[in-house]
Structures are given as structure tokens and as C-alpha cells.
Design a protein around this ligand. Structure first.
Ligand code: DC
Length: 231
């Protein structure tokens, strides 16, 4: 990891499978920035709510759950590890069963409110790449740079399928594509902070682009801002 270049806040939003996580992680690494995977926060709340058999309609219980748990990110050669109350939950929160549950939990206003403060805390000093659904629209509307990654839904489903298969999950391609589409609909149609491109975000269609090409495009947009940050 190089010396941190400037103190920018960089927002990367988009639907599942558009390539946000990989791109955001590599970009943060290149700039010497902190990488914040905000989806991991919703996934961790979903995991905890599931373990406690909480009713997703019980907003009060979900709110107090959010306020009582401590979520931490630890850099690791294999990526970022996620800890909740000291327990490593990185792999568990990535299971397919947690994806739709995280999306359902993210529709609950009290959960969004509780996690908003946490996300702003992570980004307040700058030098950070935050990845999610509403970073450029709600969490950091004043971000220095905003990108919105999109891709054909079938390609996104295939990427997600390959990712899960590589982790040893037993998955079906058709089911994975349907899950990605269901989650998209849920994330795009919720009333609070829906998934949508900020007016001033740069749209990048990753359907026919490799990770390196997407990172290169983003770096091009970052250069002028980084130059203004001094040596
Ligand atoms: O990025 P992900 O697939 O890990 O996110 C899981 C869910 O969390 C996603 O379907 C919607 C929710 N989410 C959100 O509402 N806002 C964010 N900034 C990030 C994720």
C-alpha cells in the first residue's frame, strides 16, 4: 500500500454484481485509502437479527440491536475481515441466505438511521473509498468523487454465481440471477435512500469491462482532484 494520496472521500455505488467491491478495494489499496464496504454493515445486522430470531417488522428491536452491536473492519491480505462484537463474521455474512435478508433489513428506517452515523464516522477524516447503494446520494452527498457502476443483470448474476462457487457454495446459476434481480428490485424501490445514481456521479457500465479497466477509468477521474491535494 502506497503513502495516502490526499484526503478525498470517494463514493462507489451500484447494484449487486456490478463490480463495486473488487474495484473499491483495489482503488483504496492504490491510493493508500481506507476501504469501507457498507453492505457488510447491513449484512451483519441481518445475521444478528436472524440469530436472535427478530421479527423484521419489529423496528424497535432492530433499532436496539443496531445500537448494541460493534462492527469493525480489519485489513487482511485476503481482503477485509469483518468483526462483530469481536467475532469474525466475514464468511457468514456473505452467504446467499444473508443477501436477501440484508436487503430486507436495509428497508427498515431505524436500521438505516443507526447505520448512517456509523458510515459517516468511518469517512469523516477522508482518505476513504466507501462502497454501497446510497453513498453518493445520502451518506456523503458532498463526496469529492462519485461513481455509479452498472452492468447487464444477467452478467451481474453470472459474476455473483462465480464468486459464490469459488467460495465453495452450492449454487444454481438461474436461482442466483433471480436472487440478484429480486434484490435489485427491493433496493431500487424502497422509499428511504433507494439505490439510484446521484446526479453528479460518473456512470460506468462494467458489462464488457474487466476489473483493471474499470479501476483505470476511475483513476483517470481521480487524477485532477488528487493533483489539487498537493504532493
Ligand atoms: O453490497 P451488498 O450486496 O453486500 O449489500 C447487501 C444489502 O445491503 C443490499 O442488498 C442493500 C443493503 N445496502 C444498502 O441498503 N445501502 C448500502 N449503502 C449498502 C448496502
Amino acid at each position: 500500500m502506497g503513502k495516502s494520496k490526499g484526503n478525498l472521500v470517494i463514493a462507489i455505488d451500484g447494484p449487486s454484481g456490478a463490480g463495486k467491491s473488487t474495484v473499491a478495494r483495489i482503488l483504496a489499496e492504490r491510493l493508500g485509502y481506507i476501504y469501507v464496504d457498507t453492505g457488510a454493515l447491513y449484512r451483519t445486522v441481518a445475521l444478528k437479527a436472524n440469530r436472535a430470531s427478530l421479527d423484521l417488522g419489529d423496528e424497535k428491536a432492530l433499532e436496539s440491536l443496531c445500537r448494541s452491536i460493534e462492527i469493525d473492519f480489519r485489513p487482511d491480505p485476503k481482503g477485509i475481515r469483518v468483526l462483530c462484537d469481536g467475532e469474525e463474521v466475514t464468511d457468514e455474512i456473505r452467504k446467499p441466505s444473508m443477501s436477501l435478508l440484508a436487503s430486507a433489513v436495509s428497508r427498515v428506517p431505524a436500521v438505516r438511521k443507526a447505520l448512517l452515523g456509523l458510515q459517516r464516522e468511518f469517512g469523516k477524516k477522508g482518505g476513504v473509498v466507501l462502497e454501497g447503494r446510497d453513498i453518493g446520494t445520502v451518506v456523503f452527498p458532498e463526496a469529492d468523487l462519485k461513481f455509479f457502476l452498472e452492468a447487464d443483470p444477467r452478467i451481474r448474476g453470472e459474476r455473483r454465481y462465480e464468486e459464490l462457487k469459488a467460495k465453495g457454495e452450492k449454487v444454481d446459476l438461474g436461482e442466483t440471477i433471480r436472487e440478484v434481480e429480486r434484490r435489485d428490485t427491493s433496493d431500487r424501490t424502497r422509499s428511504l435512500a433507494p439505490l439510484k445514481k446521484a446526479g453528479d456521479a460518473v456512470l460506468i457500465d462494467t458489462t464488457h469491462l474487466g476489473v483493471d479497466e474499470v479501476v483505470a477509468k476511475i483513476v483517470q477521474f481521480c487524477r485532477p482532484k488528487l493533483r489539487n491535494c498537493g504532493p
